[in-house]
Design a protein around this ligand. Structure first.
Ligand SMILES: Nc1ncnc2c1ncn2[C@@H]1O[C@H](COP(=O)(O)OP(=O)(O)O)[C@@H](O)[C@H]1O
Ligand SMILES: [Mg+2]
Length: 374
């Protein structure tokens, strides 16, 4: 963050240009959300109940999982939200116990552990000592699902920053078995585009590949404009229609950039003041500098020199890049296009909206690549 002005801190709740936070107002993605919510209403095991959201940094994966968590909770699900790591199975169980316990407040403490022990629980969602000791993830999940079902609740697992790992294998296997046993369980995962493009062909990849895959795209700049208009009014920042258009269009629908531009606009305009072109220039500059550090650099740093050569040739072609034009731009001596094309598509740096055509997956990346110092 460039400048921190504590006076306006209380106003800054409207925009938080950081990763992994819950936005003050969730914008757009109605179709994506509805598809998943629809899945939760479908029978156990239906495909939309196991969804994988893919997108680059800043595209809003974590924010989407938070939104789904909220909505699912309102429609009768207890949610366990974790970030993929080796301790994930245990963390999932704990999350269910924590978030589900509120539905068991009415249960009286059992006098002896005997009958309760048979069911695997002592009080609420606390496992009996034996169950705790003897059971693994899958059995515990099975018990939890049954217990939650007594209260009419389903179990939704949300996994952020998904990747293949031993822990993920355990969760994937358990999920499939739980579905086989008709437990009311669903799973939504989010990850970078290359989370599923690894050449390793293991069980987890099969699981991820079978999930409904949703590539998160840009959000509507009309919706962003409407939110900006309301937000600036709320904090007493005046802005002309022209500059409001410019601010909304400058985001190009990229969620992180939408937060950055909104944040700096409020930060750089005094309270009760009016946004002018000079402020807008400064806002865009500051936002772009954060994009550079937090999006462009992390995307580009793992790439090879030839990858960069390919991307720069693409950037010079303008909006619509065709494979044919690209090959001739790189020249006969240039690297063969296909392997780079495939790798960069897999890595989610570029996309192919139509056969033979390529575009950058993140706005302003082309412009950034063409700057002198790159
Ligand atoms: N649909 C949305 N509406 C409003 N803000 C959003 C939306 N999606 C993401 N954001 C905001 O954009 C920023 C980046 O989102 P995040 O979910 O952290 O991205 P990712 O997990 O894909 O890297 C965060 O500040 C987040 O609050
Ligand atoms: Mg995230």
């Amino acid at each position: 963050m460039k400048k921190k002005n504590t006076d306006s801190e209380n106003l800054q709740g409207l925009f938080q240009p950081t990763f992994g936070n819950r936005p003050e107002q969730y914008i757009g993605r109605d179709g994506v959300i509805e598809q998943f919510m629809e899945g939760l209403r479908e029978p156990v095991g239906s495909r939309n109940r196991c969804t994988l959201f893919l997108g680059q940094r800043g595209m809003g994966k974590t924010a989407l999982l938070l939104e789904l968590s909220d909505r699912a909770t309102k429609t009768g699900y207890v949610v366990a939200r974790v970030t993929a790591h080796e301790g994930m199975p245990k963390a999932i169980i704990e999350q269910f116990q924590l978030n589900g316990s509120q539905y068991f407040n009415d249960e009286k403490r059992k006098m002896t552990g005997v009958t309760a022990g048979v069911l695997g629980f002592t009080l609420g969602l606390t496992f009996s000592e034996a169950a705790e000791r003897q059971y693994g993830f899958r059995s515990k999940m099975s018990l939890l699902c049954d217990k939650l079902a007594e209260k009419g609740k389903g179990a939704l697992i949300l996994i952020d920053e998904v990747r293949t790992s031993t822990a993920m294998r355990e969760v994937a296997a358990a999920y499939q078995e739980l579905v086989g046993d008709k437990k009311n369980v669903a799973i939504a995962m989010a990850g970078l585009p290359h989370a599923v493009s690894s050449v390793l062909n293991d069980q987890v990849l099969t699981f991820l590949n079978r999930a409904t895959k949703v590539e998160l795209g840009l959000i509507s700049t009309n919706l962003i404009r409407a939110y900006y208009e309301r937000a600036f009014k709320t904090v007493g920042v005046k802005i002309s229609d022209t500059l409001l258009d410019r601010a909304a269009l400058a985001t190009r629908g990229f969620p992180y950039l939408m937060q950055l531009i909104g944040y700096y606009l409020i930060q750089y305009t005094e309270e009760g003041g009016t946004v002018n072109r000079k402020i807008m220039d400064k806002v865009e500059k500051a936002a772009m500098s954060d994009m550079e550090d937090n999006v462009f650099k992390p995307i580009l740093s793992p790439l090879s020199d030839n990858d960069l050569l390919f991307l720069k040739a693409m950037a010079r072609q303008g909006d619509v890049v065709t494979t044919a034009k690209l090959q001739s731009a790189l020249g006969k001596k240039g690297p063969a296009i296909q392997p780079y094309r495939k790798r960069l598509l897999d890595a989610g740096v570029i996309e192919s909206p139509r056969r033979g055509e390529l575009v950058f997956a993140v706005p302003y990346l082309a412009e950034y690549l063409l700057q002198d110092r790159n």
